[in-house]
Ligand binder design. Structure first.
Ligand SMILES: [Zn+2]
Length: 437
């Protein structure tokens, strides 16, 4: 009924101290942590009798990673977007994925799930236009109880806002009834693909139902041109014609930026707290006003730096985010704008690209405890603590490396882990105490 995992080093995250020669006691029935601590504790000595013990040699254990923004239903077509050709990239993405059969989509989703697991990702916030196929695959995977599925909503037509909203809610209700173990929400795609009336309806819906709205925001130049200058890029117009849907209108345009636009919508609804349900994805092309509003309402931000670089959008101004103390986590986005789901290499890159202004420890928290808080799941996942799910990654190291790190300060230890851990060192990944790779 109980299982003890022993590791040379445990990194629980949520800014708790690393534990050398540590143990995790797990209730096998529910896959949750009963206790975590040092093997020198009296508690350990008293409990270890009669327990199933798993001694992991030369081992480091990290809390499992959370990928707070992904689309499982795309694959890499090895086409990087050229600067200012992102609309072409979007069109290509839609064109290609439209031609996939149901079986092909299933295969792509399956492969992406396996890839995420291999990379130590134990929870995903998935966003999809193919709700049912995605839900079917997730239900059969370890992400069954470890995911949130955002059903993507599109629609610029003001006249059809009510209809699209009702259809979206009905679809969500239908999937919730069919897949009772899975968690769903609605994800308005972006402000250039979801009209203001529809977005307002979704904001009210999220508030009543306590749901999170993931919204791609301030990602592309054409999005800002549309918002600030009411300029509809001809390529974007052609893209919407190709999709046979209405082009965006942006009547409530705001010269101050995307957050002022959202704040205006909330103000029209006489409830600025409606902003708090948003999870802002990307948030690259921001003004001082955007950052101030995000700070004021304590909004969750999910940065997908590899996708931003892939699409030639540049990186967000992390230095400014730190100045405004914005809580942000990381996502990978889909393989259409990324080459892998390798958080360890992504964190390393951001460490260097931010001129080391983001500490190694903070970077790790951005794929563990911070996204857990953004999902309001901080009591379930995001760190290794009592009563939380036993979602963790087991790395096996060379013995000489383990000896080396014992003398490091805490800060240096995190930097060492960031520089030295890689996916080849992952021995096993556990989701609710079940080894899944
Ligand atoms: Zn995305």
């Amino acid at each position: 009924m109980y299982q003890l995992h022993l590791f040379n080093l445990i990194i629980p995250f949520n800014y708790q101290k690393p534990i050398y020669d540590g143990f995790i006691l797990i209730n096998k029935k529910n896959g949750r942590i009963i206790k975590i601590g040092s093997q020198n504790d009296v508690f350990f000595v008293n409990t270890s009798f009669g327990c199933e013990i798993k001694q992991n040699k030369n081992s480091i254990c990290l809390a499992g990673f959370i990928n707070n923004h992904i689309h499982l239903a795309y694959k890499n077509n090895y086409v990087t977007a050229k600067p200012n050709e992102q609309i072409e990239w979007l069109k290509n993405l839609v064109k290609t994925s439209r031609n996939w059969s149901e079986a092909e989509k299933q295969e792509i989703i399956k492969n992406n799930i396996q890839n995420c697991l291999k990379n130590g990702i134990t929870f995903i916030f998935e966003n999809t236009p193919f709700g049912k196929i995605t839900a079917t695959e997730i239900e059969q995977s370890p992400y069954k109880n470890n995911s949130l599925i955002g059903l993507e909503v599109f629609g610029n037509s003001e006249e059809q806002a009510e209809l699209i909203f009702e259809k979206s809610v009905n679809y969500l209700n239908q999937l919730e009834a069919q897949f009772t173990d899975l968690k769903f929400t609605l994800s308005p795609h972006a402000i250039y693909s979801v009209g203001s009336s529809l977005l307002k309806k979704l904001m009210q819906w999220a508030n009543i139902n306590n749901k999170i709205l993931a919204l791609h925001l301030a990602e592309f130049n054409f999005e800002l041109e549309l918002l600030q200058k009411n300029y509809l890029n001809p390529n974007l117009k052609e893209f919407f014609e190709f999709l046979e849907v209405s082009s965006p209108e942006m009547k409530n345009n705001s010269s101050q930026g995307t957050m002022q636009y959202l704040l205006n919508l909330a103000t029209e609804l006489k409830n600025t707290d409606l902003l708090k349900n948003f999870l802002l994805i990307h948030f690259i092309l921001t003004s001082a006003s955007d950052l101030e509003i995000a700070q004021k309402f304590d909004l969750g931000i999910v940065s997908c730096p590899q996708s931003n670089l892939f699409l030639q959008n540049g990186l967000p101004d992390y230095k400014n985010w730190l100045k405004y103390n914005l809580p942000f986590g990381f996502g990978t986005d889909s393989l259409a704008s990324n080459f892998d789901f390798d958080f360890l290499s992504q964190l390393k890159n951001i460490y260097w690209l931010s001129n080391c202004q983001l500490s190694a420890q903070d970077l790790f928290e951005k794929v563990t405890s911070i996204p857990a808080k953004q999902l309001k799941l901080e009591n379930e996942i995001g760190s290794l603590e009592e009563n939380k799910k036993a979602n963790f990654i087991h790395f096996e190291l060379k013995p000489e490396n383990l000896n080396k790190i014992k003398s490091l300060s805490e800060q240096d230890l995190y930097t060492w882990l960031l520089m030295n851990l890689n996916n080849n060192l992952i021995k096993q990944v556990f989701v609710e105490n079940k080894p899944i790779i």
